[in-house]
Design a protein around this ligand. Structure first.
Ligand code: NAD
Length: 265
């Protein structure tokens, strides 16, 4: 129960396949009180159903569309005042147009580039700022990224650029918030079959390649990613900030870029 007495907020549960759902379970299992956000009414229905199916009650649920600053401000004001202090914030969301997750990156539209960066990267800056007045002196902020931020991955295209911006934002935010004791980190997860991931052309092939070439020769589970995020939120990670932690069965370390890996089969 390493998070007993800790309270925080997790953005990004859409359904039972969401990486955020694995994170929610890990945080809860370690004793944390976790508020959840949903993007819109349709997503609220899905999260309500999920909690009901699992007999989970008493979870604070708030609407937060990160493309709308007013919902970010309202969410953090409500949760900050309710909890008194926020011990952790988990950012587990991203979005890009489907058209910008296939074909040639050079064809990315100006609007698509801006929107994907706004929702997937700038949102971390916005929620960190909105959370700042309420963050506990040893709070942890964690976001989710992917190897496509640093290597060429087939069709990841615009999301790779947005994740690069996200990872750089982690480092700059860590420097801003570090003097207060607040840590900011990213977890780079391997491919997981989720709603968002299925928007990437050829995604199922990424799973196959991962199973073939990663040192552990398998796909990571939601629980494994959840535990890594939970660790970074906890006091056990009190000396860790401005880092990207890879939870991808070692795929990033083997020296086989996904682009080359695509040619293996
Ligand atoms: P998911 O579809 O379950 O979750 C994506 C979430 O983003 C959804 O809850 C959706 O509502 C939310 N979202 C999109 N636009 C939003 C907005 N404007 N405001 C608020 N929320 C918004 O997919 P996932 O794969 O669990 O994605 C979670 C995170 O993990 C993302 O950052 C993703 O890039 C990252 N990630 C995923 C994989 C993978 O293979 N699935 C690998 C590495 C990293």
């Amino acid at each position: 129960m390493i998070l007993k007495g800790k309270k925080g907020i997790l953005l990004g549960v859409a359904n039972h396949r969401s990486i955020a759902w694995g994170i929610f379970k890990s945080l809860q299992e370690q004793g944390a009180e976790v508020a959840l956000t949903y993007m819109n009414e349709r997503m609220k229905g899905s999260v309500d159903k999920l909690l009901a199916e699992q007999n989970i009650t008493g979870v604070e649920l708030l609407e937060c569309d990160v493309s709308r600053q007013e919902t970010i401000d309202a969410t953090f004001k409500t949760i900050g005042e309710k909890f008194g202090k926020i011990d952790f914030v988990v950012h587990c969301l991203a979005f890009a147009n489907k058209a910008d997750l296939e074909g040639r990156f050079i064809d990315t539209s100006r609007d698509g580039f801006g929107m994907a960066n706004d929702i997937s990267a700038y949102s971390l800056v916005a929620i960190s700022k909105a959370a700042e007045p309420y963050l506990a002196p040893d709070a942890g902020i964690v976001c989710l990224t992917y190897l496509g931020a640093e290597r060429i991955c087939n069709n990841y295209n615009m999301m790779g650029v947005a994740k690069a911006a996200l990872e750089a934002s982690v480092r700059y935010l860590a420097v801003d918030l570090g003097p207060k004791g607040i840590r900011v980190n990213a977890v780079s997860a391997g491919p997981v079959n989720t709603l968002a991931a299925r928007g990437i052309a050829g995604f199922t092939k990424m799973l196959t390649i991962q199973e073939k070439v990663s040192p552990l020769r398998r796909i990571n589970t939601q629980e494994e990613i959840g535990d890594a995020v939970m660790f970074l939120c906890s006091n056990l990670a009190r000396g860790i900030t401005a880092q990207t932690l890879y939870v991808d069965c070692g795929f990033a370390q083997v020296g086989v870029g996904p682009m080359e890996a695509y040619k293996l089969d």
